[in-house]
Design a protein around this ligand. Structure first.
Ligand code: MTE
Ligand code: MO
Length: 210
């Protein structure tokens, strides 16, 4: 006896890739710059900007590791055209972070900040998707350093650059602002199903003027 389908939208078949993508065997490492060294005593996860109470919220590594844990299955689609599909990500849903450290009423976007100043901006609605997760684990194992240990964001419905590795914080914003790749020629929204790869494809409303 099947459970009734209660998903918000129909999931694509796992063999179905966004246009222009090809399947990658294994899991390549893709990022700009060096792999940061994790120093537990200096690490904290900060939520700041337009918070509901005007304060910033910080979790040290022990506290962050104790936040409610769940899993989601989701793919990574790199804009350079490879996809890694069917991974099970374990960690703290972005929604949980938002519940624990709520935004002020006017917040429309977030900037997710990582080590060395890497950043990516997301619409609040994309951040609140029930599959957006601050992952600490993949397929039951802790992330490795090169894949983002201790925490990376995974946003399965957007291109993978929208998911910073080595995340250190979330900034609540009352207007949109471009992150690292969004300032450097990549699309402000980054929906792989619509092939929103480059900023020259943007139409009014997709992002702040370049
Ligand atoms: N901090 C940081 N996170 C990042 C990037 C980066 O350059 N720096 N690159 C992004 C891109 S373009 C991709 S495709 C994925 C790749 O994740 P992986 O190396 O675990 O496959 O990480 C994303 N997260
Ligand atoms: Mo990428």
């Amino acid at each position: 006896m099947g459970q009734p389908e209660s998903r918000e939208r129909q999931e694509p078949e796992q063999s179905e890739l966004p246009p222009g993508q090809r399947l990658q065997r294994g899991w390549p490492v893709t990022h700009y710059g060096p792999v940061p060294k994790f120093r537990q005593e200096r690490w904290e996860f900060r939520v700041f900007g337009a918070t509901a109470d005007g304060d910033k919220h910080c979790w040290n590594h022990e506290e962050f590791s104790a936040l409610p844990f769940s899993t989601v299955v989701g793919d990574l689609h790199c804009v350079t055209k490879f996809s890694m599909v069917g991974a099970e990500w374990g960690g703290v849903p972005a929604r949980t972070v938002v519940e624990l450290a709520p935004p002020a009423p006017g917040v429309t976007h977030v900037m997710v900040w990582a080590e060395y100043g890497f950043s990516s901006n997301l619409r609040l609605a994309d951040f609140l998707s029930d599959r957006t997760i601050f992952a600490t684990h993949k397929d039951g194992e802790l992330l490795t350093a090169e894949h983002g240990f201790p925490v990376r964001l995974v946003v399965p419905h957007l291109y993978a650059w929208k998911g910073p590795k080595w995340v250190r914080g979330v900034e609540y914003m009352t207007a949109d602002r471009r992150g690292f790749w969004e300032e450097r020629g990549y699309h402000n929204v980054g929906d792989p199903w619509a092939e929103q790869r480059y900023s020259y494809q943007e139409v009014p409303g997709d992002g702040p003027e370049l």
